[in-house]
Write a protein that binds this ligand. Structure first.
Ligand SMILES: C[S@@+](CC[C@H](N)C(=O)[O-])C[C@H]1O[C@@H](n2cnc3c(N)ncnc32)[C@H](O)[C@@H]1O
Ligand code: SF4
Length: 453
């Protein structure tokens, strides 16, 4: 059965193909959690010295020294889920974790010296699965964050990602002792048939026990990730999964449409399930909104009676982000950089092996990334504001995103009484089509030319 996508067709012949696709095509083009996407990154010739790069940002007033965001990436997991293209490796061997932590400490010393006199207003530890590290390794990670980087996790918002299998009480105790206030766990579904179909075999009892353990430790925010759109997932089971999640009264839920991405385990059977995903999206949204949650973006829902969050959730979108570890991105206003990115197991291992062998001199430069012109910087802020519930001031919009008038005409964007532009209900469910339609032509060409390994 084909459901009504409610997407008006348009007769406007002047529309670019990308805008036309946003209005009429698949709602599931690309998850825009940042701009530009990492497929726009290339080798930087010549490499850029980190001290000069950050000093220039602070001295020009583009970034504040006292409001940086520290992100630490842990690229290890107990399994490679069929849907996942994040930078991670499974069950590492040869004490790779220890070598990784040693390299991370070296990188931290170099980066800290390059930054000069700064302080961190937020911290996030993501992956992969940070809690793949055992308790002593997690302690070593916090030593790097606190002693080498000088971050104060007890005093600023700290978010950590975990998985059902690795969220043991001993590890959660380490997180709690270091001031973590937000724990985000990937559940995906409470039904084994559905997680199996997503390429993530997992026992429901493991998930429930992990959620109990997290709740028992009173972290201020529990976030639960769920995925909709697996071929096996019926509307009833999706609703049941949502109800089971609400038993733990999570302060936040992220509902992700299932994407089948190149080089991931599910990619071979790639098919588009737009109708299935759209109907499950609407079911999930309506269920959460009638059960005390408020929608903040296409994916994010927050419990309306929960105390205000210590920080907006980590969304890869802040300026002034210092990334540590292989797979972490760093954002200055004019340059985004990282280590290389890959999805295939062999390529990930190669990049990781090169990372753990780097010396101080190599860590002192950015060698892979993308420069953002002033126009691209404006565009980036405008896209990310529009896709979140922050919205976009209309003056900013006309400067940065001339395309918006077409999206307004197609009722994907609307104006709040205070004049701010936001996604309409229809725009929210098509956010993954609206976002890519707003990328610049130059950046789109660059991303499309990327060859994934
Ligand atoms: C770093 S993981 C979360 C923590 C932990 N590694 C785990 O999986 O339990 C990031 C989240 O992104 C979501 N995700 C990743 N790739 C996805 C895809 N292709 N389709 C839908 N959701 C995806 C999943 O919900 C996953 O929980
Ligand atoms: S979804 Fe989580 S556990 Fe699965 S491969 Fe990705 S990061 Fe690892």
């Amino acid at each position: 059965m084909t459901i009504d996508h409610d997407s008006p067709s348009t007769t406007d012949a002047t529309l670019s193909p990308r805008l036309r696709r946003a209005i009429e095509g698949t709602p599931y083009a690309q998850y825009v959690y940042g701009y530009p996407h990492k497929t726009a990154y290339r080798a930087l010739e010549p490499p850029r010295a980190l001290d000069a790069l950050w000093t220039q940002e602070f001295e020009s007033g583009a970034l504040r020294r006292d409001a940086l965001f520290l992100y630490v990436h842990v690229p290890f997991c107990e399994m490679r889920c069929g849907f996942c293209n994040l930078f991670t490796t499974v069950r590492p061997e040869g004490s790779l974790e220890e070598r990784y932590l040693t390299a991370l400490a070296t990188q931290a010393r170099v980066v800290r010296a390059a930054l000069g006199d700064v302080s961190f207003a937020r911290l996030a530890i993501g992956g992969g699965t940070p809690t793949w590290l055992d308790p002593p390794q997690l302690e070593a990670l916090f030593a790097v964050i606190e002693r080498t980087m000088g971050a104060r996790p007890q005093q600023v918002p700290v978010s950590v990602e975990t998985s059902p299998e690795t969220a043991t009480d001993e590890r959660l105790a380490v997180l709690q002792a270091h001031g973590v206030d937000r724990v985000s766990i990937g559940v995906q579904s409470f039904f084994e048939e559905d997680t199996k179909a997503m390429g993530r075999p997992q026992k429901r009892a493991t998930v429930e026990a992990a959620l109990e353990r997290i709740r028992a430790r009173s972290f201020a925010t529990l976030n639960v990730d769920l995925i909709y759109g697996a071929a096996t997932q019926t509307a009833d089971r999706w609703l049941e999964s949502l109800s089971l999640a609400l038993r733990y009264a999570p302060e936040e839920l992220y509902l992700y449409p299932l994407y089948v991405r190149p080089l991931t385990g599910l990619a071979k059977g790639a098919r588009h399930w737009d109708d299935h995903r759209l109907s499950l999206y609407r079911i999930g949204r309506d269920f959460l909104c009638s059960n005390g949650y408020q929608q903040s973006s296409m994916r994010m829902f927050r419990r309306a009676d929960a105390p205000a969050p210590a920080a907006p959730p980590y969304a890869c979108q802040s300026d002034g982000m210092v990334g540590l570890g292989c797979g972490a991105r760093s954002y200055t206003s004019a340059l985004h950089y990282s280590e290389e990115w890959a999805v295939g197991a062999t390529s990930v291992r190669e990049i990781l092996e090169a990372y753990v062998r780097r010396d101080e001199r190599e860590f002192a430069t950015a060698r892979y990334g993308v420069a953002l012109s002033p126009d691209e910087q404006l565009r980036r802020r405008a896209i990310l504001s529009l896709l979140s519930d922050e919205g976009l001031a209309s003056r900013e919009a006309s400067l940065a995103l001339p395309e918006l008038s077409s999206l307004r005409a197609a009722a994907l964007v609307e104006q709040r009484p205070d004049g701010t532009l936001v996604l309409s209900e229809r725009g929210l469910e098509r956010a993954d089509a609206v976002g890519p339609a707003l990328f610049s032509d130059a950046m789109t060409d660059r991303m499309e030319a990327f060859s994934l390994r």
